[in-house]
Design a protein around this ligand. Structure first.
Ligand code: UDP
Length: 388
């Protein structure tokens, strides 16, 4: 069979599947996208509840400094200019998160000026510093601040979120939320940020809207895959397969189940115009909940007398659990990564299999990184099909 006649199957209609489908279709190839859920968009899926646009799988704020990623997505959406502002309840006070100079003013009113001067002189070239690095300071006053931030913002939140202490997971996880050595109170530092004015789902509809892209939802494509020596078959046919789901699922748990953290969202409709001041409020001290999101504060919809919030509860992923049955975060430990690497190594033998996405790659990547890597993957596939 000629390579151009082989079917191209994409498994998963999340951002990686959508980017790869779009790029291949623009190149003239026909693709079929299979999605086991009843909707497209992966965890970026949004829909309206009583007129309020909400994110089914929790708050997704797009942010990037990658020009090409921004331009690519601008074909399918227009961002609303929202900049994520987060606060946290710490000792019954709302403070800016990431912890910044304003947070210092609130938490250390007596010593605030001295602390800020010290931070500036100790770290003259830095705008931000990860908590685990700040904790290494020998200065007694900075040690006191670091211990306060660690105890009150990171320790309990991280233990709830990961079931591990901050020093037991990869440093990159807590470094996502560094201490800001200025008054800056935005959560992200990227050039472009916002939510799509018409929602993420609409953008996915546009990405899939080409005559040579077929999307089939409610379909568990793994059941149709057969393994033959160095390649996979789909429905007994030769094909190329782009797989964006967890690798343990694809390979029937051959090397054991991969560990993921999951989230449970409790959505509440509230008959008030507003519930909280910011998009997100973190609750580090709460025994079970990590944060509350008020969607209208992010979508910037002007709707009175009703608002929708979600309360977020992390847990251990188990596909049979009532609450924590969707994988959200690959576990960032050496042990989990080593186990994943066995799957990755095993997958290499299948020449027509391409793996991508946060689940497939088992990496804690943001939306813009997923898009960037999907663009690279699409180019690789196009090149390899030509040479096949
Ligand atoms: N984190 C924390 N306290 C907070 C916010 C975040 O300890 O108030 C830690 C926690 O380990 C979390 C990580 O920082 O998993 C990254 O936070 P981020 O907000 O980037 O998580 P995401 O939005 O991806 O769930």
């Amino acid at each position: 069979m000629k390579s151009k006649d082989k079917k191209i199957i994409i498994i998963g209609a999340g951002i990686t599947g959508a980017v790869v489908a779009r790029k291949l279709a623009e190149e003239g190839y026909s693709v079929i996208v299979y999605e086991k859920r009843d909707h497209i968009g992966g965890n970026m899926y949004d829909y309206k509840k009583d007129g309020v646009l909400i994110h089914k799988y929790g708050p997704h704020i797009f942010h990037t400094s990658k020009q090409h990623v921004n331009e690519f997505m601008n074909q399918f959406w227009e961002l609303n200019g929202y900049k994520n502002i987060v606060e946290a309840y710490v000792k019954d006070k709302l403070i800016p998160i990431p912890f910044n100079f304003q947070s210092i003013d609130i938490c250390f009113p007596e010593e605030a000026e001295e602390i800020k001067q010290k931070l500036k002189s100790l770290y003259p070239d830095k705008d931000t510093i990860p908590i685990l690095e700040l904790k290494k300071s020998n200065d007694p006053l900075i040690q006191k601040v670091a211990a306060f931030v660690y105890e009150n913002i990171f320790l309990n939140y991280t233990t709830k979120m990961w079931n591990l202490r901050p020093d037991e997971i990869d440093e990159s996880v807590t470094a996502r939320l560094p201490i800001i050595l200025s008054n800056r109170n935005t959560y992200f530092q990227d050039i472009y940020e916002g939510l799509p004015k018409e929602g993420y789902t609409k953008a996915f509809e546009r990405m899939f809207d080409l005559p040579n892209i077929k999307v089939i939802t409610n379909f568990n494509a793994i059941d149709k895959i057969a393994f033959e020596n160095d390649h996979l078959k789909f429905n007994n046919e030769d094909c190329y397969i782009v797989y964006t789901g967890p690798l343990d699922k694809l390979f029937a748990d051959k090397f054991g189940k991969l560990e993921y953290r999951s989230l449970f969202f409790q959505f509440d409709i509230i008959n008030k115009t507003n519930f909280q001041k910011t998009g997100v409020v973190n609750y580090p001290a709460d025994p079970k909940m990590t944060r509350i999101t008020e969607y209208k504060n992010m979508t910037l919809q002007n709707i009175n007398d009703i608002t929708v919030i979600s309360k977020e509860f992390p847990g251990t992923y188990d596909e049979n659990d009532d609450k924590w049955n969707e994988p959200y975060y690959p576990l960032a430990t050496d042990k989990a990564r080593n186990q994943y690497d066995k799957y990755k190594e095993f997958a290499k033998q299948f020449k027509n299999l391409y793996i991508g996405g946060r689940m497939g790659l088992y990496r804690y990547i943001n939306m813009d990184q997923a898009i960037e890597e999907a663009l690279i993957l699409a180019d690789k596939i196009i090149e390899e099909i030509k040479n096949d």
